[in-house]
Design a protein around this ligand. Structure first.
Ligand code: KDG
Ligand code: MG
Length: 402
């Protein structure tokens, strides 16, 4: 069996997505997500110009070998563009293999470890009251786990808080918009949100919060400590993890569980975080961390150190990534939770999929492969639109704090 074609499909049904379709000489094809928010075309070029030509004529069944060939063979290793491109190939190859086996992928990965995948949704509001009424909506929908974000009083806008609710798009402009940030105001206001949320809803639901890398280690330590009475499921991206040692300082001061990893592209980005047990949840995703093959290695390492997974699942990860993540989540022992931000109707139509939500869990049907496809004709109706994530400045106009 041979790969005879690799097609890149770029579409924007509400937001940009890049999909790789690998076609074999036997007619079976596989798809993989190659979306890197705000840098989509860099991955398209990496795949089209440098990877697809190396794949033509190769046996699509040799998944591990193809992974090693692309990772080691390029000489240049790691980085988000490279690892997203490798991830897309890897997903497409697993899709092909599972279709050939006539099985949903999770069966090939060892079968189910659980009945369903617990997901968390995003409750966000400009005020505490608005956030609490969003929490109520999610509880009404059956969610067991909910992420709470609220505007910082005195700040015109806050990253992660938007007017759209069930899905929202942080890449909001052709050039980056600029947000102002005040650590002092944030640290003063956030514990009040969780205090009110626990008073109103009790302790039956898991509550999460994303700091979006906005703090220094000692500030994060203080926040974790002040949130302890509200027993969060996790505090996410408390600091940038370029320096993995930062987490040691936070860990010394608080028992609030820590999650990080949505921007990591390799096991080496989190090796110390995991082996020194500095975190509780690793959030690497199938699309940005080298695909299912590499993510399984990260999860296996994490399993040895009691670190569980909590894969990133915002709207910039296409339904192809979501389907791949669910196959992974179902099949590993140390799964923790899966992020699930819903896609727009237009996106769901471009990517028909077999996963569905019920009572706080996502599940997959028995459809062979990843359980997701792409409608190329429909995709062609939505051309690429440049869109970037916002940047943050402190009130004095500087960017240095984290
Ligand atoms: O592309 C960036 C978004 O996916 C990210 O900002 C969302 O932090 C995020 C999250 O946890 O979903
Ligand atoms: Mg995040």
């Amino acid at each position: 069996m041979k790969i005879i074609e690799g097609k890149l499909i770029v579409t924007c049904p509400g937001r940009n997505f890049v999909t790789l379709k690998l076609i074999t000489d036997e007619g079976v094809y596989g798809i993989g997500d190659a979306t890197l928010n705000g840098r989509e075309k860099a991955v398209v070029s990496y795949l089209e110009d440098h990877v697809v030509p190396c794949l033509i004529g190769r046996d699509p069944q040799q998944i591990e070998d193809v992974w090693q060939y692309l990772y080691r063979g390029a000489y240049w290793r790691r980085g988000p563009v490279t690892m997203t491109a490798i991830a897309a190939v890897d997903m497409a190859l697993w899709d092909i293999k599972a279709k050939l086996a006539n099985m949903p992928l999770y069966q090939l990965l060892g079968g189910r470890c659980r009945d369903g995948v617990m997901v968390y949704g995003h409750a966000n509001g400009e005020t505490v009251e608005e956030t609490l009424s969003e929490v109520e909506k999610y509880i009404g929908l059956g969610y067991k786990a909910i992420r709470l974000q609220t505007g910082v009083p005195g700040m015109k806008s806050t990253y992660g808080v938007s007017k759209d609710k069930m899905y929202y798009e942080p890449a909001d402009n052709e050039l980056p918009t600029e947000n102002l940030w005040s650590t002092e105001k944030y640290l003063d206001s956030l514990p009040k949100l969780f205090e009110k949320a626990r008073t109103k809803f009790g302790f039956d639901h898991h509550f999460l919060h994303d700091v979006h890398h906005r703090l220094t280690p000692i500030e994060a330590a203080r926040l974790g400590k002040s949130l302890e009475p509200y027993r969060l499921f996790w505090m996410e991206d408390a600091v940038v993890a370029d320096n993995q040692e930062s987490f040691r300082l936070i860990r010394q001061h608080t028992v609030t569980p820590l999650a990080v990893g949505e921007i990591f592209s390799s096991i080496h980005d989190c090796r110390n975080l995991i082996t020194e047990q500095l975190i509780d949840y690793i959030r690497c995703t199938v699309v940005h961390a080298g695909g299912i093959t590499h993510l399984r290695k990260i999860a296996a390492l994490a399993d040895l150190y009691n670190v569980r997974t909590g894969c990133h699942g915002a709207t910039d990860l296409s339904p192809v990534s979501m389907a791949a993540a669910l196959n992974f989540d179902l099949s590993i022992p140390n799964f923790g939770v899966q992020e699930y931000m819903r896609h727009t109707k237009e996106t769901d139509e471009v990517f028909p999929h077999s996963y569905s939500f019920k009572n706080g869990y996502l599940n997959l049907s028995d459809r062979p492969g990843l359980g997701v496809d792409i409608d190329e004709k429909l995709a062609a109706k939505y051309p690429y639109k440049r869109a970037y994530l916002p940047v943050n400045r402190l009130e004095d106009g500087s960017m240095y704090n984290w």
